[in-house]
Design a binder for this molecule. Structure first.
Ligand code: T4K
Length: 394
Protein backbone atom coordinates (compact mmCIF):
# COMPACT_ATOMS: atom_id res chain seq x y z
CA UNK A 1 0.00 0.00 0.00
CA UNK A 2 1.31 3.48 -0.80
CA UNK A 3 2.09 5.90 2.00
CA UNK A 4 -0.81 8.00 3.15
CA UNK A 5 -0.82 11.79 3.14
CA UNK A 6 -0.09 13.32 6.56
CA UNK A 7 -3.59 14.72 6.74
CA UNK A 8 -4.84 11.10 6.71
CA UNK A 9 -2.45 10.02 9.44
CA UNK A 10 0.70 9.35 7.37
CA UNK A 11 4.15 10.67 8.28
CA UNK A 12 4.61 14.33 7.25
CA UNK A 13 6.86 14.69 4.20
CA UNK A 14 9.22 17.01 6.10
CA UNK A 15 10.12 16.66 9.78
CA UNK A 16 9.87 20.44 10.29
CA UNK A 17 8.00 23.13 8.43
CA UNK A 18 9.84 24.19 5.29
CA UNK A 19 9.52 27.88 4.49
CA UNK A 20 8.23 29.15 1.20
CA UNK A 21 11.40 31.21 0.86
CA UNK A 22 14.97 30.56 1.96
CA UNK A 23 17.06 33.73 1.64
CA UNK A 24 20.50 33.23 0.13
CA UNK A 25 22.39 35.39 2.60
CA UNK A 26 26.19 35.28 2.65
CA UNK A 27 28.15 33.86 5.60
CA UNK A 28 29.38 36.35 8.18
CA UNK A 29 33.04 35.95 7.24
CA UNK A 30 32.29 37.31 3.76
CA UNK A 31 30.82 40.46 5.29
CA UNK A 32 33.19 40.93 8.20
CA UNK A 33 35.76 43.31 6.63
CA UNK A 34 33.22 45.68 5.11
CA UNK A 35 30.97 45.60 8.19
CA UNK A 36 34.02 46.37 10.38
CA UNK A 37 34.98 49.28 8.15
CA UNK A 38 31.52 50.82 8.47
CA UNK A 39 31.23 50.17 12.18
CA UNK A 40 34.64 51.74 12.74
CA UNK A 41 34.26 54.81 10.53
CA UNK A 42 30.60 55.31 11.49
CA UNK A 43 29.40 55.98 7.90
CA UNK A 44 26.41 53.70 8.21
CA UNK A 45 23.86 55.60 6.14
CA UNK A 46 23.18 58.65 3.89
CA UNK A 47 24.27 57.10 0.61
CA UNK A 48 27.88 56.49 1.47
CA UNK A 49 30.47 54.38 -0.28
CA UNK A 50 28.75 50.98 -0.22
CA UNK A 51 25.31 52.23 -1.28
CA UNK A 52 26.87 54.16 -4.16
CA UNK A 53 28.86 51.09 -5.21
CA UNK A 54 25.76 48.89 -4.87
CA UNK A 55 23.68 51.10 -7.15
CA UNK A 56 26.53 51.20 -9.64
CA UNK A 57 26.67 47.39 -9.79
CA UNK A 58 22.87 47.19 -10.08
CA UNK A 59 22.92 49.63 -12.97
CA UNK A 60 25.66 47.60 -14.70
CA UNK A 61 23.55 44.44 -14.34
CA UNK A 62 20.51 46.04 -15.97
CA UNK A 63 22.34 48.47 -18.22
CA UNK A 64 20.31 51.39 -16.88
CA UNK A 65 21.08 54.03 -14.24
CA UNK A 66 19.86 53.08 -10.76
CA UNK A 67 19.08 54.75 -7.45
CA UNK A 68 19.15 52.53 -4.37
CA UNK A 69 16.29 52.98 -1.91
CA UNK A 70 15.23 51.58 1.46
CA UNK A 71 12.65 49.19 -0.02
CA UNK A 72 10.60 48.56 -3.14
CA UNK A 73 7.48 50.29 -1.83
CA UNK A 74 9.30 53.58 -1.27
CA UNK A 75 10.92 53.15 -4.69
CA UNK A 76 7.49 52.88 -6.32
CA UNK A 77 6.32 55.98 -4.46
CA UNK A 78 9.36 57.99 -5.50
CA UNK A 79 9.06 56.91 -9.13
CA UNK A 80 5.37 57.82 -9.28
CA UNK A 81 6.06 61.11 -7.50
CA UNK A 82 8.56 61.94 -10.25
CA UNK A 83 5.59 62.08 -12.67
CA UNK A 84 4.64 65.14 -10.69
CA UNK A 85 0.85 65.11 -10.82
CA UNK A 86 -2.33 63.37 -9.69
CA UNK A 87 -4.37 61.42 -12.23
CA UNK A 88 -4.86 57.71 -12.61
CA UNK A 89 -2.39 54.85 -12.84
CA UNK A 90 -3.47 51.78 -14.82
CA UNK A 91 -2.20 48.59 -13.16
CA UNK A 92 -3.17 44.99 -12.45
CA UNK A 93 -5.15 44.04 -9.38
CA UNK A 94 -3.29 40.71 -9.25
CA UNK A 95 -0.24 42.04 -7.39
CA UNK A 96 1.07 42.75 -3.90
CA UNK A 97 -0.71 45.68 -2.22
CA UNK A 98 2.46 47.81 -2.38
CA UNK A 99 1.94 48.46 -6.12
CA UNK A 100 -1.39 50.21 -5.59
CA UNK A 101 -0.53 51.65 -2.18
CA UNK A 102 2.36 53.57 -3.74
CA UNK A 103 -0.02 55.34 -6.13
CA UNK A 104 -2.50 56.01 -3.34
CA UNK A 105 0.25 57.55 -1.16
CA UNK A 106 1.15 59.84 -4.08
CA UNK A 107 -2.44 61.07 -4.27
CA UNK A 108 -3.09 59.20 -7.51
CA UNK A 109 -6.13 57.12 -8.34
CA UNK A 110 -5.73 53.44 -9.13
CA UNK A 111 -7.37 51.99 -12.21
CA UNK A 112 -7.23 48.20 -12.20
CA UNK A 113 -7.08 46.37 -15.53
CA UNK A 114 -7.35 42.62 -16.06
CA UNK A 115 -4.50 40.18 -16.55
CA UNK A 116 -3.55 37.78 -19.30
CA UNK A 117 -5.10 34.36 -18.52
CA UNK A 118 -1.82 32.50 -19.12
CA UNK A 119 1.04 34.75 -17.99
CA UNK A 120 -1.03 36.41 -15.22
CA UNK A 121 0.61 39.73 -16.14
CA UNK A 122 -1.20 42.94 -17.09
CA UNK A 123 -3.10 42.35 -20.32
CA UNK A 124 -2.19 44.93 -23.00
CA UNK A 125 -5.75 44.82 -24.36
CA UNK A 126 -7.23 45.42 -20.91
CA UNK A 127 -4.70 48.18 -20.22
CA UNK A 128 -5.69 49.88 -23.49
CA UNK A 129 -9.37 49.72 -22.50
CA UNK A 130 -8.60 51.14 -19.05
CA UNK A 131 -6.65 54.16 -20.34
CA UNK A 132 -8.63 57.38 -20.35
CA UNK A 133 -8.19 61.13 -20.13
CA UNK A 134 -6.98 60.95 -16.51
CA UNK A 135 -4.36 58.24 -17.09
CA UNK A 136 -0.87 59.44 -16.20
CA UNK A 137 0.98 56.12 -16.34
CA UNK A 138 0.68 52.41 -16.98
CA UNK A 139 2.33 50.24 -14.34
CA UNK A 140 2.90 46.61 -15.28
CA UNK A 141 4.09 44.06 -12.72
CA UNK A 142 6.49 41.28 -13.76
CA UNK A 143 4.56 38.76 -11.66
CA UNK A 144 6.67 36.02 -10.01
CA UNK A 145 9.60 37.07 -12.23
CA UNK A 146 7.95 36.57 -15.63
CA UNK A 147 8.40 39.75 -17.68
CA UNK A 148 5.28 41.48 -19.00
CA UNK A 149 4.47 41.73 -22.70
CA UNK A 150 6.68 44.80 -22.95
CA UNK A 151 6.30 45.47 -26.69
CA UNK A 152 2.50 45.40 -26.61
CA UNK A 153 2.31 47.48 -23.42
CA UNK A 154 4.79 50.01 -24.88
CA UNK A 155 2.49 50.45 -27.84
CA UNK A 156 -0.52 50.96 -25.55
CA UNK A 157 1.43 53.53 -23.51
CA UNK A 158 2.65 55.29 -26.65
CA UNK A 159 -0.91 55.59 -27.96
CA UNK A 160 -2.15 56.87 -24.61
CA UNK A 161 0.77 59.30 -24.45
CA UNK A 162 1.81 58.16 -20.97
CA UNK A 163 4.95 56.53 -19.55
CA UNK A 164 5.21 52.77 -19.12
CA UNK A 165 6.52 51.81 -15.69
CA UNK A 166 7.14 48.41 -14.15
CA UNK A 167 6.97 47.07 -10.66
CA UNK A 168 9.93 44.74 -11.05
CA UNK A 169 9.97 43.64 -7.40
CA UNK A 170 10.19 39.96 -8.46
CA UNK A 171 12.31 40.29 -11.52
CA UNK A 172 15.93 41.25 -10.87
CA UNK A 173 17.78 39.02 -13.35
CA UNK A 174 14.83 38.40 -15.68
CA UNK A 175 15.13 39.12 -19.39
CA UNK A 176 12.76 40.00 -22.21
CA UNK A 177 13.99 39.44 -25.77
CA UNK A 178 17.52 39.34 -24.36
CA UNK A 179 17.18 42.69 -22.57
CA UNK A 180 17.39 42.90 -18.80
CA UNK A 181 14.34 43.84 -16.79
CA UNK A 182 15.14 47.23 -15.30
CA UNK A 183 15.69 48.85 -18.67
CA UNK A 184 12.40 47.85 -20.31
CA UNK A 185 10.09 50.55 -18.98
CA UNK A 186 10.72 54.26 -18.62
CA UNK A 187 11.07 53.52 -14.94
CA UNK A 188 11.24 50.22 -13.04
CA UNK A 189 11.46 49.33 -9.38
CA UNK A 190 13.19 46.33 -7.80
CA UNK A 191 12.70 44.96 -4.31
CA UNK A 192 15.62 43.49 -2.42
CA UNK A 193 13.51 42.30 0.49
CA UNK A 194 14.81 39.18 2.24
CA UNK A 195 12.25 37.10 0.36
CA UNK A 196 13.45 38.20 -3.07
CA UNK A 197 15.90 36.56 -5.42
CA UNK A 198 18.44 39.31 -4.65
CA UNK A 199 17.50 39.48 -0.99
CA UNK A 200 19.49 41.75 1.28
CA UNK A 201 16.97 42.31 4.11
CA UNK A 202 15.28 45.56 3.19
CA UNK A 203 16.19 47.44 0.03
CA UNK A 204 15.15 48.38 -3.46
CA UNK A 205 16.23 50.28 -6.54
CA UNK A 206 14.61 52.56 -9.06
CA UNK A 207 16.06 52.24 -12.56
CA UNK A 208 15.45 54.79 -15.27
CA UNK A 209 17.27 56.19 -18.28
CA UNK A 210 15.61 59.56 -17.69
CA UNK A 211 18.17 61.77 -15.92
CA UNK A 212 15.50 64.17 -14.63
CA UNK A 213 13.56 61.31 -13.02
CA UNK A 214 16.74 59.87 -11.56
CA UNK A 215 17.57 63.23 -9.97
CA UNK A 216 14.04 63.49 -8.57
CA UNK A 217 14.23 59.99 -7.10
CA UNK A 218 17.66 60.67 -5.61
CA UNK A 219 16.47 63.94 -4.10
CA UNK A 220 13.20 62.33 -3.02
CA UNK A 221 14.91 59.53 -1.10
CA UNK A 222 16.76 62.22 0.90
CA UNK A 223 13.88 64.45 2.06
CA UNK A 224 13.62 66.14 -1.34
CA UNK A 225 16.88 68.04 -0.79
CA UNK A 226 18.60 68.99 -4.04
CA UNK A 227 22.25 69.88 -4.54
CA UNK A 228 21.64 73.53 -3.60
CA UNK A 229 19.97 72.57 -0.31
CA UNK A 230 16.49 73.50 -1.54
CA UNK A 231 13.47 71.18 -1.46
CA UNK A 232 11.46 71.59 -4.65
CA UNK A 233 9.10 68.91 -3.37
CA UNK A 234 8.33 67.18 -0.09
CA UNK A 235 10.62 64.16 -0.10
CA UNK A 236 10.90 61.05 2.03
CA UNK A 237 13.59 59.35 4.00
CA UNK A 238 14.06 56.34 1.73
CA UNK A 239 17.79 55.80 2.02
CA UNK A 240 19.24 52.33 1.98
CA UNK A 241 21.47 51.28 4.87
CA UNK A 242 25.17 50.76 4.18
CA UNK A 243 24.94 47.38 5.92
CA UNK A 244 22.25 46.17 3.52
CA UNK A 245 24.31 47.52 0.60
CA UNK A 246 27.27 45.45 1.81
CA UNK A 247 25.08 42.35 1.94
CA UNK A 248 23.77 43.20 -1.53
CA UNK A 249 27.25 43.61 -3.00
CA UNK A 250 28.29 40.27 -1.53
CA UNK A 251 25.17 38.49 -2.79
CA UNK A 252 25.79 40.00 -6.23
CA UNK A 253 29.21 38.33 -6.40
CA UNK A 254 27.53 34.95 -6.84
CA UNK A 255 24.17 36.15 -8.17
CA UNK A 256 24.57 34.79 -11.71
CA UNK A 257 25.29 31.27 -10.46
CA UNK A 258 22.47 31.41 -7.91
CA UNK A 259 20.03 32.58 -10.58
CA UNK A 260 21.09 29.72 -12.86
CA UNK A 261 20.57 27.25 -9.97
CA UNK A 262 17.16 28.70 -9.28
CA UNK A 263 16.15 28.41 -12.92
CA UNK A 264 17.19 24.77 -12.85
CA UNK A 265 15.05 24.17 -9.76
CA UNK A 266 12.17 26.13 -11.34
CA UNK A 267 12.29 24.05 -14.51
CA UNK A 268 12.43 20.81 -12.50
CA UNK A 269 9.42 21.81 -10.40
CA UNK A 270 7.55 22.82 -13.54
CA UNK A 271 8.27 19.47 -15.20
CA UNK A 272 7.24 17.43 -12.17
CA UNK A 273 4.28 19.42 -10.86
CA UNK A 274 2.99 20.43 -14.29
CA UNK A 275 2.24 16.74 -14.96
CA UNK A 276 -0.47 16.56 -12.30
CA UNK A 277 -3.97 16.91 -13.71
CA UNK A 278 -5.76 20.04 -12.52
CA UNK A 279 -2.68 22.14 -11.76
CA UNK A 280 -1.86 24.88 -14.27
CA UNK A 281 1.52 26.61 -14.43
CA UNK A 282 2.17 30.25 -15.25
CA UNK A 283 3.18 30.57 -18.91
CA UNK A 284 6.71 31.80 -19.46
CA UNK A 285 6.84 33.16 -23.03
CA UNK A 286 9.75 31.85 -25.12
CA UNK A 287 11.14 35.36 -25.48
CA UNK A 288 11.54 35.64 -21.69
CA UNK A 289 13.73 34.29 -18.93
CA UNK A 290 11.99 34.27 -15.57
CA UNK A 291 13.65 34.58 -12.17
CA UNK A 292 11.27 31.93 -10.78
CA UNK A 293 10.84 34.25 -7.80
CA UNK A 294 7.78 32.26 -6.77
CA UNK A 295 6.55 28.86 -7.89
CA UNK A 296 2.82 29.24 -8.39
CA UNK A 297 0.12 26.93 -9.72
CA UNK A 298 -3.58 27.37 -10.31
CA UNK A 299 -5.62 24.65 -8.67
CA UNK A 300 -8.70 23.59 -10.60
CA UNK A 301 -10.92 22.05 -7.92
CA UNK A 302 -12.78 19.76 -10.33
CA UNK A 303 -9.83 18.50 -12.34
CA UNK A 304 -7.46 18.16 -9.35
CA UNK A 305 -10.10 16.85 -6.99
CA UNK A 306 -9.30 19.35 -4.24
CA UNK A 307 -9.86 23.09 -4.05
CA UNK A 308 -6.90 25.43 -3.56
CA UNK A 309 -7.58 25.89 0.16
CA UNK A 310 -7.92 22.14 0.65
CA UNK A 311 -4.57 21.56 -1.03
CA UNK A 312 -3.07 24.31 1.15
CA UNK A 313 -4.36 22.54 4.30
CA UNK A 314 -3.07 19.15 3.12
CA UNK A 315 0.39 20.58 2.30
CA UNK A 316 0.53 22.31 5.69
CA UNK A 317 0.04 18.89 7.31
CA UNK A 318 3.08 17.72 5.28
CA UNK A 319 5.07 20.60 6.86
CA UNK A 320 5.22 22.47 3.56
CA UNK A 321 4.46 26.19 3.72
CA UNK A 322 2.31 27.37 0.82
CA UNK A 323 1.06 30.90 0.23
CA UNK A 324 -1.80 32.44 -1.73
CA UNK A 325 0.16 35.19 -3.48
CA UNK A 326 -1.86 37.28 -4.54
CA UNK A 327 -5.14 36.56 -2.88
CA UNK A 328 -7.34 38.46 -2.29
CA UNK A 329 -6.98 40.51 -5.46
CA UNK A 330 -6.51 44.17 -4.63
CA UNK A 331 -9.82 45.38 -6.07
CA UNK A 332 -11.63 43.25 -3.50
CA UNK A 333 -9.68 44.72 -0.56
CA UNK A 334 -11.49 47.20 1.66
CA UNK A 335 -9.26 50.12 0.71
CA UNK A 336 -9.76 49.68 -3.08
CA UNK A 337 -13.30 48.34 -3.29
CA UNK A 338 -14.63 51.87 -3.67
CA UNK A 339 -12.14 52.89 -6.38
CA UNK A 340 -14.16 54.63 -9.08
CA UNK A 341 -14.15 52.85 -12.41
CA UNK A 342 -13.56 49.10 -12.44
CA UNK A 343 -12.96 47.03 -15.52
CA UNK A 344 -14.12 43.50 -15.95
CA UNK A 345 -11.53 41.68 -13.82
CA UNK A 346 -12.73 38.14 -14.53
CA UNK A 347 -9.28 36.65 -15.20
CA UNK A 348 -7.84 38.34 -12.12
CA UNK A 349 -10.58 36.81 -10.00
CA UNK A 350 -10.20 33.37 -11.57
CA UNK A 351 -6.44 33.36 -10.96
CA UNK A 352 -6.59 34.88 -7.45
CA UNK A 353 -9.18 32.30 -6.37
CA UNK A 354 -7.04 29.37 -7.54
CA UNK A 355 -3.43 30.42 -7.04
CA UNK A 356 -1.11 28.64 -4.63
CA UNK A 357 2.64 29.16 -4.26
CA UNK A 358 5.02 26.40 -3.20
CA UNK A 359 8.53 26.71 -1.77
CA UNK A 360 11.34 27.39 -4.20
CA UNK A 361 14.94 28.28 -3.36
CA UNK A 362 18.10 28.55 -5.42
CA UNK A 363 19.73 25.90 -3.25
CA UNK A 364 16.75 23.55 -3.14
CA UNK A 365 18.16 20.06 -3.55
CA UNK A 366 16.80 17.38 -5.88
CA UNK A 367 15.93 15.41 -2.75
CA UNK A 368 13.83 18.30 -1.43
CA UNK A 369 12.11 18.57 -4.82
CA UNK A 370 11.40 14.82 -4.75
CA UNK A 371 9.96 14.94 -1.23
CA UNK A 372 7.81 17.96 -2.03
CA UNK A 373 6.49 16.53 -5.28
CA UNK A 374 5.99 13.12 -3.61
CA UNK A 375 3.76 14.72 -0.96
CA UNK A 376 1.75 16.45 -3.64
CA UNK A 377 1.36 13.21 -5.60
CA UNK A 378 0.20 11.31 -2.50
CA UNK A 379 -2.37 14.00 -1.73
CA UNK A 380 -3.58 13.88 -5.33
CA UNK A 381 -3.80 10.08 -5.32
CA UNK A 382 -5.90 10.13 -2.12
CA UNK A 383 -7.84 13.28 -3.01
CA UNK A 384 -11.25 11.78 -2.25
CA UNK A 385 -10.28 10.73 1.28
CA UNK A 386 -8.39 14.01 1.85
CA UNK A 387 -11.43 16.01 0.91
CA UNK A 388 -13.67 13.89 3.14
CA UNK A 389 -11.27 14.31 6.09
CA UNK A 390 -11.12 18.09 5.62
CA UNK A 391 -14.89 18.28 5.49
CA UNK A 392 -15.16 16.24 8.72
CA UNK A 393 -12.77 18.69 10.39
CA UNK A 394 -14.87 21.73 9.48
N1 T4K B 1 5.63 44.86 -5.49
C1 T4K B 1 5.46 43.54 -5.46
C2 T4K B 1 4.88 42.83 -6.64
C3 T4K B 1 5.83 42.82 -4.29
O1 T4K B 1 5.65 41.49 -4.23
C4 T4K B 1 6.38 43.53 -3.21
C5 T4K B 1 6.75 42.84 -1.99
C6 T4K B 1 6.56 44.92 -3.32
C7 T4K B 1 6.17 45.55 -4.49
C8 T4K B 1 7.14 45.74 -2.22
O2 T4K B 1 8.53 45.51 -2.05
P1 T4K B 1 9.21 45.80 -0.58
O3 T4K B 1 8.67 47.13 -0.12
O4 T4K B 1 8.82 44.66 0.33
O5 T4K B 1 10.67 45.84 -0.90
C9 T4K B 1 6.56 39.29 1.66
C10 T4K B 1 7.48 40.49 1.63
O6 T4K B 1 7.48 41.24 2.85
C11 T4K B 1 7.25 41.44 0.49
O7 T4K B 1 8.50 42.07 0.24
C12 T4K B 1 6.82 40.72 -0.77
N2 T4K B 1 6.52 41.60 -1.86
C13 T4K B 1 5.64 39.83 -0.51
C14 T4K B 1 5.18 39.10 -1.74
O8 T4K B 1 6.02 38.86 0.46
P2 T4K B 1 5.10 38.22 3.54
O9 T4K B 1 4.20 38.92 4.48
O10 T4K B 1 4.53 37.14 2.73
O11 T4K B 1 6.43 37.70 4.26
P3 T4K B 1 6.59 36.74 5.51
O12 T4K B 1 7.20 37.50 6.63
O13 T4K B 1 5.32 36.02 5.79
O14 T4K B 1 7.68 35.69 5.00
C15 T4K B 1 7.45 34.83 3.93
C16 T4K B 1 8.54 33.78 3.91
O15 T4K B 1 9.85 34.32 3.87
C17 T4K B 1 8.57 32.80 5.06
O16 T4K B 1 8.86 31.55 4.49
C18 T4K B 1 9.70 33.23 5.94
C19 T4K B 1 10.66 33.81 4.93
N3 T4K B 1 11.46 34.92 5.45
C20 T4K B 1 10.84 36.10 5.67
C21 T4K B 1 11.53 37.16 6.17
C22 T4K B 1 10.85 38.49 6.43
C23 T4K B 1 12.78 34.75 5.74
O17 T4K B 1 13.33 33.66 5.54
N4 T4K B 1 13.49 35.81 6.22
C24 T4K B 1 12.93 37.01 6.46
O18 T4K B 1 13.61 37.95 6.92
O19 T4K B 1 5.57 39.43 2.61
Amino acid sequence: MHERPAILGGKPAFRELIDIVRPGLPPLEKLRDAFSEVLENGKITNNSRFVRRFEQVISEHVDTPAAAVANGTLGLMLLLKALGRGGEVVMPSFTFPATAHAARWCGMAVRFADIDPETWNLSPEAAARACGPDTVAIMGVHVFGVPCDVDALSEVARRAGVPLLFDAAHAFGATYRGRAVGGLGQGEVFSFHATKILGVGEGGAVTTADPAWLDLVKAGRNFGLDKSGDCADAGLNAKMSELFAIIGLTVLETFTERLAQRRRVGVLLRERIGKLAGLTLQRIPESCESTHQNFAVLVDATAFGLARDELHAAMTAENVMTRKYFHPALHTMSCYRGEAAQDDLAETERVAERVLCFPIYSDMTDLEVNILVGALERIHADRGAVRARLREKR
